[in-house]
Ligand binder design. Structure first.
Ligand SMILES: O=C(O)CCC(=O)C(=O)O
Ligand SMILES: [Fe+2]
Length: 378
């Protein structure tokens, strides 16, 4: 049976969103081959090594409790990790295995709900929160994954049809998880500020009562994983991201010196990464690294990322306490509210939005505020 396609539209698509890889493509054994919309013809290969004498490089691992009682050396190592890798794993972070296990079950159950149930959370015209993927133009390639993105803080920014309407057991578990991660996230932001010698008052001014959001992603197995991306190469727009590789299936890769390196799964560890805002705040010292997710032929994968950002009223720009005549600002400063509008007007793709902040594109964006297509829609 041929898939139903209407002109340039995609399965279960509305004019602006795509819903449900799992429901549309996976649950139909009669569908042969991967629909064109998912095929990435110029996908860069992952590096593989079976050579025990020459293992692949791995991202640094920190023990949170050791970081907290720092003697200076750990903070220096943290600084180097954020500068050279932009990614690290965090163990012994104090979030219990029981909570992580419960969250894994709840997220897994959510993505298995019937399509009509999940559809209640569908992304609406012109919005970026909800279940689905924003479609900006006809030729846009789609990721092999179903996502659900929502702002969780400040609480008054929560959409009434999203978080409050989640199945109660998922909602309550997520609420507990979010409150634990908030404490962890704020402490980490403080440590990152301290490690780069930022004024701690400035760290608080930027990130306290910040804007936080979560993205849950389900990556179904794919018959031809090499042809698709679970999530396109991108850097996160956040201050920092705390990622939980919830069901322990690997697939996350980071780009280091031009090569795609896999991130291993450590039970109960979080993967922490520097986002574009932290790269900007640190005036380019910390690195927001491109990453992507590859998918698996047999196994499903799911993850939940929590993004920590400045409050909407804060300035996003190089920290004043780091700037001097020897270290002039490399990025523009703008309000978080504007940064956020700008970020969500674009698709996740490489490091295109931070590059734009570095150059003069941003001013043009705000003058015209047009959704021009091709560059962002690839
Ligand atoms: O699923 C993952 O491991 C990564 C997801 C990700 O990069 C994101 O949500 O920004
Ligand atoms: Fe990401």
């Amino acid at each position: 049976m041929a898939l139903s396609e209407e002109g340039n539209s995609v399965f279960r698509s509305t004019p602006n969103s795509f819903l449900g890889v799992m429901d549309e493509v996976i649950n139909k054994p009669e569908i042969m081959g991967i629909p064109e919309y998912f095929i990435r013809s110029n996908k860069e290969p992952s590096i593989l090594s079976n050579d025990e004498t020459n293992p692949l490089p791995t991202i640094p691992i920190f023990d949170f409790q050791t970081l907290l009682c720092d003697d200076g050396i750990q903070l220096h190592n943290l600084y180097s990790a954020c500068k050279d890798w932009g990614f690290f794993q965090l163990v012994n972070h104090g979030v219990s295995s029981e909570l992580l296990e419960k969250l894994k079950l709840e997220i897994g159950n959510f993505f298995k709900l019937p399509f009509e149930e999940k559809r209640k959370y569908q992304l609406k015209q012109g919005d970026f929160q909800g279940y689905g993927t924003v479609i900006r133009c006809g030729g846009q390639k789609l990721d092999w994954g179903d996502r659900f993105f929502m702002i969780t803080n400040p609480i008054e920014r929560r959409k009434p049809n999203l978080f409050p309407q989640l199945p109660p057991s998922l909602r309550d578990t997520l609420e507990t998880y979010i409150s634990k991660l908030q404490k962890l996230g704020m402490t980490l932001l403080g440590l990152l500020g301290k490690a780069i010698k930022m004024d701690m008052k400035e760290v608080e001014k930027i990130f306290d009562d910040g804007n936080q959001s979560v993205r849950m992603t389900y990556y179904p197995p794919c018959p031809q994983p090499d042809l698709v991306d679970g999530i396109n190469p991108h850097s996160d727009g956040s201050g920092i991201t705390i990622l939980n590789q919830a069901n322990g299936v690997e697939g996350l890769e980071i780009k280091k010196n031009g090569l795609w390196i896999p991130i291993t799964f450590l039970p109960d560890a979080f993967v922490i990464n520097i986002g574009d805002i932290m790269e900007i705040v640190s005036n380019g010292v910390y690195s927001s690294i491109e990453h992507r997710v590859t998918v698996n032929k047999e196994k499903e994968r799911f993850s939940i990322g929590m993004f920590f950002n400045p409050k909407f009223e804060a300035d996003v720009g190089p920290a004043k306490s780091l700037i001097s005549s020897e270290n002039p600002p490399l990025f523009k400063t703008l309000l978080m509210e504007d940064y956020s509008k700008y970020f969500f007007s674009r698709n996740l793709r490489e490091k295109t939005h931070i590059t734009a902040l570095f150059l003069s594109h941003l001013q043009r964006f705000f003058k015209k505020n047009k959704r021009c297509g091709n560059e962002r829609c690839k």
